[in-house]
Design a binder for this molecule. Structure first.
Ligand SMILES: [Mg+2]
Length: 265
């Protein structure tokens, strides 16, 4: 397990299940982030969250951890970036928000929100259904807009995510439901998409093959980073268990396995 991070261009830390769970930091997280900051090692906290980096900063603050918004990249931010770049029209893209307040905040001043199915729409940004921006009325508007040619932009392809109530339907589940109904193909923006890691590396000024990723998910973290040529470390504090490694192929095997982030201190 690498303990000297100066050999890397950047360290990528997954958030849920790696750095924190709900509102609590996982063992070693606070010390590892503190150490990267002290040693001035470039790092980024990454998440398939539909929220904005600014909201993640607040969540970190609640745990007594200080991280800058520029050091956080969420799938929600990646989706907004993608839509802005994909539709470079004057005034920005015309988009329908079927996601979150975070997405609403991030497109502010960079695009135009569509609210009715009678309006012209370039893209629907789709998040998880347990959100007021994705209620049934808005799902119906989104379906109508998709049938008229708007692009379905899924924040990420996650099927489910854990919450205090149990498993919730993920962004991928709602995206698939809508695109199946509209008979169109979606684009996904979060991990493990190459688009996500490539844009992150561009922002960091880091070469992918000189990055190391620490994550808890064999598909979205390990496989996603591995196919970019990154070094990968699996932590067992989240979704993946040691026995899961026997069920996946070589392309999903991490370079190292740790019990928690204290192994990197
Ligand atoms: Mg995770």
């Amino acid at each position: 397990v690498p303990k000297d991070f100066s050999q890397f261009d950047a360290v990528l830390l997954d958030l849920d299940g790696t750095v924190y769970f709900e509102d609590d930091p996982l063992p070693g997280a606070r010390d590892l982030i503190g150490r990267l900051q002290r040693e001035k090692i470039k790092f980024a906290c990454i998440s398939n969250s539909t929220s904005s980096p600014q909201r993640v900063v607040k969540r970190f603050a609640g745990m007594g951890i200080s991280v800058l918004a520029e050091q956080i990249y969420t799938a929600g931010a990646a989706a907004v970036d993608f839509v802005v770049q994909k539709f470079p029209r004057a005034g920005g893209p015309r988009a329908f928000n079927l996601a979150t307040q975070g997405v609403q905040d991030m497109l502010e001043g960079r695009g135009v929100w569509v609210e009715k199915d009678s309006e012209d729409c370039d893209a629907i940004i789709v998040g998880a259904p347990a959100n007021r921006f994705a209620d049934f009325d808005r799902q119906r508007i989104a379906l109508s807009l998709l049938r008229k040619g708007a692009l379905a932009v899924g924040i990420c392809a996650d099927r489910i995510y854990p919450s205090p109530r149990g498993w919730e339907f993920g962004s991928g589940a709602l995206t698939l439901m809508l695109t199946y109904a509209a008979n169109v193909e979606p684009v996904y923006c979060g991990k493990p998409e190459k688009m996500f890691f490539a844009e992150l590396c561009r922002r960091l000024g880091a070469r992918p093959e000189r990055c190391v990723l620490v994550g808890d998910n064999l598909e979205s973290d390990i496989w996603g980073a591995k196919r970019m040529g990154m070094r990968t470390i699996l932590t067992l504090t989240g979704v993946a268990r040691r026995e899961d490694l026997e069920k996946v192929g070589e392309d999903h095997q991490p370079d190292e396995i740790i019990m928690d982030l204290r192994a990197l201190l």
